[in-house]
Design a protein around this ligand. Structure first.
Ligand code: GLU
Length: 382
């Protein structure tokens, strides 16, 4: 098997969220795995903000992402607050970085200005549909390739239409037919690069050795491979993490199934130690019966070859159980101040010291304390 981690190269990983407001629990799991891999190999972990889709951006998201990661103790070596030798880690602050690479593609004849209006492209789409074939932009590629033109999207001209075969560090050999290759947009008409283009350049310039991300990017990977080739860039190792599934395994975990914003877990009283422990076990295990792991344990035992291929279940009961285990480990004083944070107004100034063991026994997380108070369950003890 190919050596995914040649120890002579420094491991550099990144978490590259788009600042769209919500810090899904799945995103944090990706961040954690990338972080653990970097820390395990004494490498570098980068937090990169992919904000080139200005329409989807939600103000305040960057702060929100940083706060979520900080809460969990996932610290970064370079991030929005710590530029690296390559400059900012916020893509919108690096727009001029992408231009020479676009220029190189134009010069090689691998990029062209898309001359069509939206209506014309819709027309092509209709035409393909009527002919019963998949819509591929390359079937309508203009004959002449005039290069970049301001105000017109710059498209990649896939140099060679072929079958793609690649190694994924988790999934093994993956393949896709030539229909997976198309002339995708590199730079949009607003001047911002697409994710497809910008992430490849940034991964290259930031020296990323391992890309960890979930399976929604598998279908685009042939396009990325074609671009690496056209640019003469060596591609990082790609490791596809398993999707997070609902308890009943029927679907990916969505917002309605409890995929909350990460900071909502903090509000409910989940402890960061429990959360990290829980997230690490979604799609990875050390091959032993061990269930409780500190961050340090995780760093030393994490490895890509124990990341699962199949979807991994989000088990709320397990999270609650783990939270309780970490709660029980707290000192009596810490337990008391933890409980107090969740007691409603009227109870907060009461002396609860003698009740701490009773309350802790009955709860799994802070919000349960609030519920006990609201249900009148605590009144009995006061
Ligand atoms: N910006 C992408 C996202 O938020 C990141 C994908 C990647 O890690 O390459 O989904």
């Amino acid at each position: 098997m190919w050596d995914y981690l040649s120890m002579s190269t420094k491991v550099v990983t990144r978490f590259a969220p788009s600042p769209t407001g919500f810090m899904h629990i799945g995103g944090v799991r990706t961040a954690l795995f990338a972080y653990l891999l970097a820390r395990k190999h004494a490498g570098t972990f980068i937090l990169r903000i992919e904000d080139t889709d200005k329409e989807r951006e939600v103000p305040g998201s960057i702060e929100h992402i940083m706060e979520s990661l900080r809460w969990l103790g996932i610290d970064w070596d370079y991030g929005p607050d710590k530029p690296g030798p390559w400059g900012s880690t916020i893509q919108s602050e690096r727009l001029e970085t992408y231009l020479p690479f676009a220029q190189k593609l134009i010069e090689k004849g691998y990029a062209y200005a898309d001359p069509y209006t939206k209506e014309e492209v819709d027309g092509f789409r209709e035409k393909s549909k009527a002919e019963n074939k998949p819509f591929l932009f390359r079937d309508y590629r203009p004959e002449h390739t005039p290069g970049g033109e301001p105000g017109k999207p710059l498209r990649f001209k896939v140099p060679e239409i072929k079958r793609s075969v690649w190694e994924d560090a988790v999934r093994g050999t993956l393949e896709a037919g030539p229909e997976a290759l198309d002339d995708f947009i590199l730079i949009k008409s607003d001047g911002y690069p697409t994710y497809n283009f910008a992430h490849i350049i940034d991964d290259h310039l930031m020296g990323i050795t391992h890309i960890l991300r979930t399976d929604e990017f598998i279908s685009s990977t042939p396009k990325f491979l074609s671009l690496y080739e056209a640019l003469g860039i060596e591609r990082p190792v790609i490791a596809t993490l398993p999707p997070i599934l609902r308890d009943d395994r029927t679907k990916k975990l969505g917002k309605r199934d409890g995929a909350k914003d990460t900071l909502d877990y903090r509000t409910e009283g989940y402890l960061p130690e429990a959360m990290i422990n829980f997230l690490a076990l979604i799609g990875w295990n050390p091959g032993t019966e061990q269930e409780k792991f500190t961050k340090e344990d995780l760093i030393s035992s994490f490895s890509l070859d124990r990341v699962h291929r199949a979807g991994a279940v989000f088990n709320q009961e397990k999270l609650d159980w783990l939270n309780k285990q970490y709660l029980l480990l707290m000192s009596e004083i810490d337990k008391e101040s933890y409980i107090k944070k969740y007691l409603p107004e009227g109870y907060r100034d009461k002396n609860i010291s003698r009740l701490v063991p009773i309350i802790v026994e009955r709860i799994e997380k802070g919000s349960d304390v609030k519920e006990m108070a609201e249900n009148g369950e605590l009144d009995f003890y006061f």
